[in-house]
Design a protein around this ligand. Structure first.
Ligand code: PLP
Length: 398
């Protein structure tokens, strides 16, 4: 019936297959996008385990959730992503639906936009998370790109970024990484966010914040600062947030899609269409992940324990960033790698060529994405010397 060529393999999942098939005992995977602890394990967080035990006893039905998910999730999610002191949640201008992960949240927003603004172009950063273009295009929207990362300086290309945003036509949509930009680790600073807010308001385009890493940068409050700055300026926005990383709930598929309208009336009307988009996509979300998040966020003790463990995770990532920068400097590599400590979240570009990525894999059994993106949160203290030796070798010889 179908005469199809093979679809291209997902570059990151393909890398995982190659890693799995490598018989070397000391192989290291820096390609995969999950947090690992000092033992190289992606842990179930303590508060999650406790909440799951509670749920096992208290859950009395597996009946469907509402289209928008658990009733308590919006009022728990909004203060987390908008600020505990924000008066937006009480204003009627904010609506939130539970979604199957940050990906599901983005797809719901995309389906909504396809209906509400079918001619809007969706602008994504160069580079960006590999799934952004696919999600919006699958919903039938066209995408374009704006400059973001300056590979020569390993930093934000601020002028090019702001100049491009200033040219986005009214009614278009701009996807912004709220923090911990994937794949570069480079985030806008306060004054740049202020400019983004001013330009969005002046130009009349709609920001969509992809908020997948809250708590992995500088802290729960610090990481939402860009969103707060833009919303404080009165600009409407979507926020597609994920609980995959900060609760370690990757395979439970839990996130949220939030819309902040210009008025309560606009938000209410938009929400009715968001629910239609969900209904015709997956009908209603899975329950388990949302129940875990709600149990933790609504219980002072569990919440404190979660925040505590998240802080430990964030500090561990920073320690690995520092270990990498110091380790490379100690090996006398000619390039300055101190930029690694200024970047946020799990990822950084190591500034290595595809040929050097291949040499890392072939000679050292160290796996990275061909763009040179490495998951710093995937390095363990025991592996640090090997990673630094391997990088120093390919930087000098390939
Ligand atoms: C930038 C970005 N957005 C969204 C997501 C989606 O996360 P989820 O697993 O919650 O769908 C990811 C996951 O890697 C990501 O890196």
């Amino acid at each position: 019936m179908f005469n199809l060529d093979m679809a291209p393999a997902d570059p990151i999942l393909g890398l995982n297959d190659a890693f799995r098939n490598d018989p070397a005992a000391d192989k290291i995977n820096l390609g995969v996008g999950v947090y690992m602890d000092d033992d190289g394990v992606t842990p179930i967080m303590r508060a999650v385990k406790k909440a799951e035990k509670m749920l096992l006893d208290s859950e009395s039905t597996k009946s469907y959730l509402a289209i928008s998910g658990l009733p308590s999730l919006p009022s728990l999610t909004q203060p987390l992503i908008l600020g505990e002191a924000s008066d937006l949640p009480g204003s009627g201008r904010v609506v939130t639906a539970q979604a199957p992960g940050g990906t599901g949240a983005l797809r719901v927003a995309a389906d909504f936009l396809r209906k509400a603004a079918p001619n809007a172009t969706v602008w994504i950063s160069t580079p960006t998370w590999a799934n952004h273009a696919g999600i919006f295009q699958a919903a039938g929207l066209s995408t374009d790109t704006y400059p973001y990362y300056d590979a020569a300086r390993q930093d934000l290309d601020r002028d090019a970024f702001l100049t491009a945003l200033d040219k986005v036509p009214a009614g278009n949509v701009v996807v912004l990484h709220a923090c911990c930009h994937n794949p570069s680790g480079v985030d806008p600073d306060t004054s740049t966010w202020e400019e983004v807010a001013r330009i969005a308001g002046a130009r009349g385009w709609l920001p969509i914040f992809d908020f997948a890493y809250q708590g992995f940068g500088d802290g729960l409050a610090e990481d939402r600062a860009g969103i707060v700055t833009v919303l404080d300026s009165g600009v409407p926005a979507f926020i597609c947030s994920s609980y995959s990383k900060n609760f370690g709930l990757y395979n439970e598929r839990i996130g949220a899609v939030t819309f902040v309208g210009e008025t309560a009336d606009e938000a209410e009307r938009a929400f009715s269409h968001i629910k239609v988009a969900i209904r015709s996509n997956y009908s209603n979300p899975p329950s388990h992940g949302g129940s875990i998040v709600a149990a933790i966020l609504s219980d002072a003790e569990l919440r404190a324990d979660w925040e505590d463990e998240l802080t430990t995770m964030r500090r561990r990532i920073f320690a690995m960033r520092k270990g990498l920068a110091d380790g490379l400097a100690a090996r006398g590599v000619s390039r300055d790698f101190s930029f690694i400590t200024a970047q946020k979240g799990m990822f950084s570009f190591a500034g290595i060529t595809p040929a050097q990525v291949d040499a890392l894999r072939v000679r050292h059994h160290v796996y990275a994405v061909r763009s040179g993106r490495i998951n710093v949160a995937g390095i363990t203290p025991a592996q640090m010397d090997r990673v630094c030796d391997a990088l120093a070798d390919v930087l000098a010889n390939d």
